[in-house]
Every structure is written in structure tokens, then in C-alpha cells.
Design a protein around this ligand. Structure first.
Ligand SMILES: Cc1cc2nc3c(=O)[nH]c(=O)nc-3n(C[C@H](O)[C@H](O)[C@H](O)COP(=O)(O)O)c2cc1C
Length: 174
């Protein structure tokens, strides 16, 4: 099968996830086409594509605007194929955050008019040393408020790679 992987990433974790998924797709004998749709690049090609995996992070309660614009513009092509949306957020890393993580996807569906066949809520990463002052404050006092982590440690990766592989394999096998 030909699998199109459409992603956007602001701090790099979703790109890491998308590249990991592409390797997984290749490793299971399928063809992968990886496209960053976060910027203002050309519209992705859907010719011969059997399934689509989308991946985007949540920043300040929403997926990147460029990603949503592209998804909205391609919603007919997307609706014609099985699709798996990987929504990457910190709320996905915590049981009590699951409902809010799901809300981000519902809000994306309402804005774009696109409803993926399957959705996976994927935990992202915190990279304190890479953030500007504003982003560092948002992460510390809003996103991670009251949560068990060390804000002075440079990096916390919460992504469960094993669970991600299971989700992707199940989607490819359906
Ligand atoms: C400025 C900022 C705002 C964020 N806002 C949210 C949020 O509203 N909800 C959430 O669950 N995670 C939030 N996060 C966590 C990101 O979803 C997480 O860091 C993710 O791994 C980012 O993916 P990326 O590296 O591909 O951009 C935020 C992170 C940053 C830096």
C-alpha cells in the first residue's frame, strides 16, 4: 500500500513522531510519502494513496493553523480513504488530561469539516531549554501546572513509542 503521512511540527516532537511512523510503514513493507504541511507548500498529491496518517501538535489548545488549512482544503481526498489522526499534546500524557486532549480533536473537526476514521491521542515532549520566555511560561504555568515533572530539567519525552507502533500497525492491517 502507499501511505501518505501529512504532518506539522512547531518544536520538533511531531516531526520525530512522523519520521518514526514513516520508518514503521516502510518496515512493514509499505511505501511511505512524508509531507510537512505546516507551512505554505504545495497541496499534497493523493494519486495512488491508499491510506493517510496525519500528525499535528497542540499549542495553546489547537493544532497549527497551517495544518488545519491544508486539512480543510483536502477534506474530500481525505474522506475518500481510511485516515488516522495522531494528535500530539501534553494532555494526552496524563489520564486526567484525556478529555481535554480529545476536545482538541473535536474542535479541529469542527473547524476543518474533516473527521478522521481513527484518532490516537499521543503524548508529546517538553523541551524547556528550546522555548522563548513566553512559551516557557505557558508550559510551566498552564500546560504542566500541578503535574509531576521537573521544570528545570531540559527535556521530558512522554511519547510512548511502543503504543504508537501498535496503533500504526493496527491501522495498516485493517
Ligand atoms: C507554547 C506551548 C503551548 C502548548 N500548549 C498546549 C496545550 O494547550 N495543551 C496541551 O496538551 N499541550 C500543549 N503543549 C505541549 C505540546 O503539545 C507538546 O510540547 C508537543 O510535543 C509539541 O509538539 P511539537 O514539538 O511537534 O511542536 C504546548 C507546548 C508549548 C511549547
Amino acid at each position: 500500500m502507499k501511505i501518505l503521512i501529512l504532518y506539522a511540527s512547531i518544536e520538533g516532537q511531531t516531526e520525530k513522531i512522523a519520521r518514526h511512523v514513516a520508518r514503521e510503514v516502510r518496515g512493514t513493507g509499505h511505501e511511505d510519502v512524508l509531507v510537512d504541511i505546516g507551512g505554505s507548500g504545495p497541496r499534497p498529491e493523493f494519486d495512488g494513496v491508499d491510506k493517510v496518517i496525519l500528525a499535528a501538535p497542540v499549542h495553546e489548545r489547537r493544532h497549527p493553523e497551517g495544518f488545519e488549512v491544508c486539512v480543510a482544503a483536502c477534506r474530500k481526498e481525505l474522506a475518500a480513504r481510511p485516515t488516522l489522526m495522531l494528535s500530539v499534546s501534553m494532555n494526552a500524557a496524563f489520564a486526567e488530561g484525556a478529555e481535554e486532549a480529545q476536545d482538541y480533536v473535536v474542535e479541529m473537526e469542527m473547524r476543518t469539516g474533516f473527521r478522521p476514521t481513527e484518532v490516537a491521542l499521543v503524548a508529546g515532549a517538553i523541551r524547556t531549554h528550546h522555548y522563548d520566555y513566553f512559551a516557557a511560561q505557558v508550559v510551566r504555568h498552564v500546560v504542566m501546572r500541578g503535574r509531576d515533572y521537573d521544570p528545570d530539567a531540559g527535556e521530558h519525552e512522554f511519547t510512548d513509542w511502543g503504543a504508537l507502533d501498535t496503533t500504526v500497525k493496527a491501522f495498516l492491517n485493517r
